[in-house]
Design a protein around this ligand. Structure first.
Ligand code: NAP
Ligand code: ZN
Ligand code: ZN
Length: 348
C-alpha cells in the first residue's frame, strides 16, 4: 500500500483535520500521481457537510487535481513518470454502456465512480479525493495537462472548467449567440472566459455590483447586478442561453426565465442543498427550455484542457496551504473568493 496524507472530515458538522490513510498499490493500468495542487469546489462543501445526503466518512474531498506522475503500472501506455497530469470528478465508469462507449462517460448508465465519497467497483473501498499528497487512478481516467498550463491554474479546470465548457459546447455558444452566466464564482468565471473565447456575447448576472470590473476584465460584454430594482427589465427576452452556476436556491427562477428569448434554454449546473422552484408560466409562454448538465466526459475534458492552453484561458486563483481549508470554506460560503482557492498539496 502507498501511504497518503490529507485533510478529511469525520462528520457533517466537524472541520477538516489532518488525516493519514492508504492508497492501493498500482495495478497494471494505474498511474500513481504526486498531487501538487487541488482546487476547492463548492461541491466539496456541499458533500463534506452532507447537504446532498449520502456522505461517507471519513471523507477526503477534492476533485480538481493537478500533479506529476510518480510511477505507472506495467501495462500503462498513456503516461510516463514525470509528466503533468490531472484528475477530475470521476475515476471510473462501467466502460460498456451506450454512454460510456459514446464518450459520454459522465452519464454512465451504471453510474460513475466519483473521485471521493464513492465506493470502488469492489463495493467496499471508499474513494478519497485530492485534498491529499498522492492518488492512484486508472490511466483511462487521467488527463494530460499541457505544458503551457501551470499546475496550480490547471487544477480548477478539472471541474469548474469542464462544467462550463461542456454545456457551452452542447448548446453551441459562439458568434451571434447571447449567453448569460448566473453567479460569478469558481464555475461562473470560467464560463465567462470560455464563452467569450468561443465568440459569444457574454452577460454576467451577479447578485451585487462588487464583481463588475472583474467580469468586464474577464471578457464579459454586460454586467447585471441582480439585486438592483428593475435590473432584469432591459434584458427581457434577450438571451439564447443562460447557465445557472449559483450554489443557493434562494433565487427567483421565474425572473431569470423571463430573460430567455423564444426557444431559449436555461441550463442549471449549480446544485444547491434545497430545491429550485419555478412556476410553469415563464416556460409555457415563450416555449422556453429548462435543462441541466454535469461536468463533461473524459474525452471532452482533455479537449477543454487543450482549448484552454491554446487560448491562454486560466482561472483566477488564490493559492493557500491545506491547513487553511476551513477558513477558505467560510470565505467561499460568503462569495468572498476571487475566484478559486487552490491548495498547495506539497505543504500537507
Ligand atoms: P462558488 O465559487 O461559491 O460560486 C457560486 C456563486 O453563486 C457565488 O460566487 C455567487 O456569485 C452566487 N451566489 C451564491 N449565493 C448566492 C445567493 N444566495 N444568491 C445569489 N447568488 C448567490 O461555487 P462554485 O464552485 O462555482 O459552484 C457553484 C455550484 O455548482 C455549486 O452548487 C456546486 O456544487 C455546483 N457544481 C456543479 C457541477 C456540475 O457538474 N453540475 C460541477 C461543479 C460544481 P455572485 O457573487 O456573482 O452573485
Ligand atoms: Zn467540482
Ligand atoms: Zn457506463
Amino acid at each position: 500500500m502507498i501511504s497518503a496524507k490529507g485533510m478529511a472530515v469525520q462528520s457533517a458538522t466537524t472541520p477538516l483535520t489532518p488525516f493519514s490513510f492508504e492508497r492501493r498499490d498500482p495495478k497494471e493500468h494505474d498511474v500513481v500521481i504526486d498531487i501538487q495542487f487541488c482546487g476547492i469546489c463548492h461541491s466539496d462543501i456541499h458533500c463534506a457537510r452532507d447537504e446532498w445526503s449520502g456522505a461517507k466518512y471519513p471523507m477526503v474531498p477534492g476533485h480538481e487535481i493537478a500533479g506529476i506522475v510518480r510511477a505507472v503500472g506495467s501495462q500503462v501506455t498513456k503516461y510516463k513518470v514525470g509528466e503533468h497530469v490531472g484528475v477530475g470528478c470521476f475515476v471510473d465508469s462501467c466502460r460498456h454502456c451506450d454512454h460510456c462507449t459514446q464518450n459520454l462517460d459522465q452519464y454512465c448508465l451504471k453510474g460513475v465512480t466519483l473521485t471521493y465519497n464513492a465506493y470502488e467497483k469492489d463495493g467496499t473501498t471508499l474513494t478519497q479525493g485530492g485534498y491529499s499528497n498522492v492518488i492512484v487512478v486508472d490511466e483511462n481516467y487521467v488527463l494530460r495537462i499541457p505544458d503551457s498550463l501551470p499546475l496550480d491554474k490547471a487544477a480548477p479546470l478539472l471541474c469548474a472548467g469542464i462544467t462550463l465548457y461542456s454545456p457551452l459546447q452542447h448548446w453551441k455558444a459562439g458568434p451571434g449567440k447571447k449567453v448569460a452566466i448566473m453567479g460569478l464564482g469558481g464555475l461562473g468565471h470560467m464560463g465567462v472566459k470560455i464563452a467569450s473565447a468561443l465568440g459569444a456575447e457574454v452577460t454576467v448576472l451577479s447578485h451585487s455590483d462588487k464583481k463588475r470590473e472583474d467580469a468586464m476584465r474577464m471578457g464579459a460584454h454586460h454586467f447585471v447586478a441582480t439585486q438592483n430594482p428593475n435590473a432584469f427589465e432591459p434584458y427581457a427576452g434577450y438571451f439564447d442561453l443562460i447557465i445557472n452556476t449559483i450554489s443557493s436556491a434562494d433565487i427567483d427562477m421565474g425572473a431569470y426565465f423571463g430573460l430567455l428569448k423564444l426557444d431559449g434554454t436555461l441550463v442549471v449546473v449549480g446544485a444547491p442543498e434545497k430545491p429550485l422552484t419555478i412556476h410553469p408560466f415563464p416556460l409555457i409562454l415563450m416555449r422556453r427550455n429548462y435543462s441541466g448538465s454535469v461536468i463533461g466526459s473524459i474525452k471532452e475534458t482533455q479537449e477543454m484542457l487543450d482549448f484552454c492552453a491554446k487560448h491562454n484561458i486560466t482561472p483566477e486563483i488564490e493559492v493557500i496551504a491545506p491547513q487553511s481549508v476551513n477558513d477558505a470554506y467560510e470565505r467561499v460560503l460568503k462569495s468572498d473568493v476571487r475566484y478559486r482557492f487552490v491548495m498547495d498539496m506539497t505543504k500537507i
